[in-house]
Design a protein around this ligand. Structure first.
Ligand code: 13P
Ligand code: 13P
Ligand code: MG
Ligand code: MG
Length: 391
């Protein structure tokens, strides 16, 4: 059976600040999707948050970029904003809904989208990822590890069905160009691109027979809004097993908390910590996810596992809820403590190009420099003037 898995997320209000969402927001969204399921618009759904972002996982038969499915997500986010976030004056109500007019596709309006239309295999394990206080490029390193690094993924060496490798679709978000690079043949060129995580983003990974294996969301909010509106906290879907990386090979890529951009005010580098959900409620089709506390973080990723059956989502299983990841969390907490002590210094604070959409340029515009040559020849005059308080 052909089925489309759509994972669409938006920040429509934080509780409190940018820490988490209000449970009533998740309840509202789940009720809305339940109603859509009853009407036959979607086959199944699951609603969850990581930090202050709400993710709507939906299965249906309407294909990718379906106006009906995107419209349902848009309406859900709008209503959650109006009915819950605004009512409790939650922080940044409607934060990611940047444009007012929905005209058939939610891309470019603020929310993040990861979708794949697939032929459901005899057994179809899928994992839905969401990360908060970071950006889509945060998934570049784990995606490379999962699909191209034999030290992570034993199947690349051992499983004949994976031995040929994969094809990476990389989007250059600045120049709006797409690269298709094969591994292992072009791995070094691929790394040359995707190590630049703010610009070259792995959007899809295909097996060499064309089967889509993973899809990452790539909407750059600041490029849409032209100002800082929060980071583009990403979502991703991966399929697993039987000629694809095993579930454990996918999760293994998160065992080392690599540094990502985001965290406080979207302006700091910090470790990506794999986090547990607080509550999984399969009957109500919702889960309450991790919260962002220390310095609005550190950046966290949550993973929910499902088995698809005729479009139904059996689950969710909290994939990082394992003591084996406690060590990773501990290392991430140590890295967070280490790097935090650098305060406003790079590389903890991001380089200026990454802060261009924040309020920092306004602050810097208030201080006036002298031309260096002029200053050097009359240094005493300038210094005396400043000391005396003259302008
Ligand atoms: P698959 O053959 O389903 O990919 O499983 C391999 C395995 O045993 C994973 O640990
Ligand atoms: P979000 O992008 O998650 O809303 O976070 C914004 C922020 O400024 C956190 O400090
Ligand atoms: Mg927020
Ligand atoms: Mg967020």
């Amino acid at each position: 059976m052909q089925v489309t898995v759509s994972l669409i997320k938006a920040d429509v209000g934080g509780f409190p600040g940018h820490a988490q969402v209000h449970p009533k927001m998740l309840e509202y969204a789940a009720a809305k999707l339940k109603e859509a399921q009853r009407r036959g618009v979607i086959i199944d759904y699951f609603v969850f948050n990581v930090g202050d972002d709400i993710s709507l996982l939906m299965t249906h038969t309407k294909g990718e970029d379906s106006p009906e499915i995107h419209g349902l997500a848009w309406e859900t986010f709008k209503e959650v904003t109006e009915q819950v976030a605004k009512r409790y004056k939650l922080y940044g109500a409607g934060q990611d809904l940047l444009k007012d007019a929905f005209s058939g596709n939610i891309r470019g309006l603020g929310p993040q989208v990861a979708e794949m239309e697939i032929e459901e295999r005899p057994s179809e394990p899928v994992i839905a990822f969401a990360a908060d206080k970071t950006e889509p490029g945060a998934f570049n390193l784990p995606l490379y590890r999962i699909f191209a690094d034999p030290f992570n993924t034993a199947g690349l060496v051992i499983d004949p069905a994976m031995h040929d490798g994969f094809v990476f679709e990389v989007l250059d978000v600045k120049e709006h160009k797409v690269y298709l690079l094969k591994t292992p043949e072009e791995s070094y060129a691929l790394l040359g691109l995707v190590g630049t995580t703010g610009r070259y983003i792995i959007r899809r990974v295909y097996r060499k027979d064309g089967l889509v294996a993973a899809v990452n969301s790539v909407e750059r909010l600041s490029l849409i809004a032209g100002r800082y509106v929060g980071k583009d906290d990403p979502v991703m879907i991966t399929r697993a097993q039987a000629g694809l990386p095993a579930v454990g090979e996918i999760l293994e890529a998160f065992a080392h908390p690599h540094l990502v951009h985001g965290w406080m005010r979207g302006s700091h580098a910090g470790p990506l910590m794999p986090a547990r959900f607080a509550l999984i409620d399969p009957d109500r089709r919702m889960a309450i996810g991790p919260k962002m506390t220390r310095f609005d973080g550190p950046p966290k990723v949550g993973a929910l596992g499902f088995q698809l059956h005729d479009g139904h989502l059996e689950g969710a299983v909290d994939m990082f809820d394992d003591p084996a990841f406690d060590y990773t969390r501990h290392v991430a907490a140590m890295i967070a403590d280490y790097i935090r002590r650098m305060g406003p210094f790079q590389p903890h604070r991001l380089p200026p190009e990454e802060l261009e959409y924040t309020a920092l340029p306004k602050i810097l515009a208030r201080i006036k420099p002298y031309a260096a040559d002029e200053y050097d020849s009359e240094r005493k005059k300038y210094v005396d003037a400043v000391i005396r308080g003259a302008s």
